[in-house]
Design a protein around this ligand. Structure first.
Ligand SMILES: [Zn+2]
Length: 104
């Protein structure tokens, strides 16, 4: 994914993925080994297949010093601001490539 973005001169500020029902919204060992590893990148994990709407229940991480570190609730509130008016493009990536996220 990072190569794909680099080829387009895009900078990934953060990545987000979902975990299914009953799977904690936390980075798994496999996530930690295979997600984008770039200093300062934000990684967010949303539970319940993406249906969990409470950001306090999501997993928040930053890649620093060679590993992903949890961003606790206080730090998240201090450093990140969630808004509903932000304009962003949502893309998805899988083994087939990267593409804009289709509307549900
Ligand atoms: Zn995961």
């Amino acid at each position: 994914m990072s190569r794909w973005a680099s080829e387009r001169s895009w900078s990934l500020l953060g990545i987000c993925h979902t975990h299914g029902e009953g799977i904690p919204a936390k980075l798994s060992p496999q996530d930690r080994a295979h997600l984008v590893r770039a200093p300062g990148i934000l990684a967010v994990v949303i539970g319940s297949g993406g249906r969990e709407t409470n950001p306090q229940q999501w997993g928040w991480y930053e890649f620093t010093s060679g590993a992903y570190h949890t961003i606790g609730p206080g730090e998240r509130l201090r450093r990140l601001r969630l808004t509903s008016d932000a304009q962003a493009e949502v893309w998805m990536a899988d083994r087939h490539g990267c593409r804009p996220m289709a509307d549900p």
